[in-house]
Design a protein around this ligand. Structure first.
Ligand SMILES: CC(C)(COP(=O)(O)OP(=O)(O)OC[C@H]1O[C@@H](n2cnc3c(N)ncnc32)[C@H](O)[C@@H]1OP(=O)(O)O)[C@@H](O)C(=O)NCCC(=O)NCCS
Length: 173
């Protein structure tokens, strides 16, 4: 519910936490039976959107996804667990962190596959941007992620500005 001034009340980070589980099938893999990187990126996008929807109670579009290192291979028959949560809200945008684990259900072991940070922008059904309620970090780990999100936003903003300047100078030559 909105406050009288139109602002939305803050919500704890824990309320956005989401988990998505996928079983890797042959159609998700290359001819050697290893999970396709593009398929994993698609799942990361969906898992991230779950947390963004839960927090904002709105439609969202993906504005960006940071670079991803795939730490261990994932094979057909493995279970992939994608855990997501809000890291920080700015105005209309929010950063979501997604942690990817692979579980071997025979041995019961889990390994970290990747971590990704995505920025989603809240929009209404006509695609107009919406203000998002602030998020409250609760634990020490939440606070570390909250601070990190601001650093990443500043770094990616300067990188976008640098690329835009390079595009406009190459268009003039
Ligand atoms: C992302 C999008 C909504 C930004 O809208 P815009 O009017 O160009 O951008 P604005 O400069 O007003 O920025 C709006 C917010 O998005 C953030 N943003 C914009 N581009 C961004 C990017 N590349 N990475 C991270 N954040 C970004 C801004 O910082 C701003 O955040 P704030 O409101 O919390 O301060 C718009 O570019 C868009 O619709 N892109 C396509 C999205 C899409 O189709 N995604 C699926 C990929 S196929």
């Amino acid at each position: 519910m909105e406050h009288n001034d139109g602002s939305k009340p803050p919500k704890p980070m824990s309320e956005s936490k989401s988990e998505m589980i996928e079983l890797v099938l042959p159609n998700d893999t290359n001819p050697l039976g290893a999970l396709l990187g593009g398929r994993l990126m698609h799942w990361i996008d969906l898992a991230g959107a779950l947390a963004a929807h839960r927090h904002s109670h709105s439609h969202v579009v993906t504005a960006s996804m940071d670079h991803i290192d795939f730490l261990v291979p994932v094979h057909v028959g493995d279970m992939v667990i994608l855990q997501s949560a809000l890291n920080r809200v700015f105005h209309t945008s929010m950063e979501v962190g997604v942690k990817v684990l692979v579980e071997n259900y025979i041995s019961g072991t889990r390994q970290k596959v990747a971590t990704a940070y995505l920025t989603f922008v809240a929009v209404d059904r006509h695609g107009r941007k919406l203000e998002v309620a602030p998020v409250i970090p609760e634990t020490e780990d939440d606070k570390r992620r909250y601070e990190g999100a601001l650093r990443r936003r500043e770094a990616s903003k300067s990188e976008r500005e640098r690329r835009a300047a390079a595009r406009s100078s190459s268009a003039q030559t």
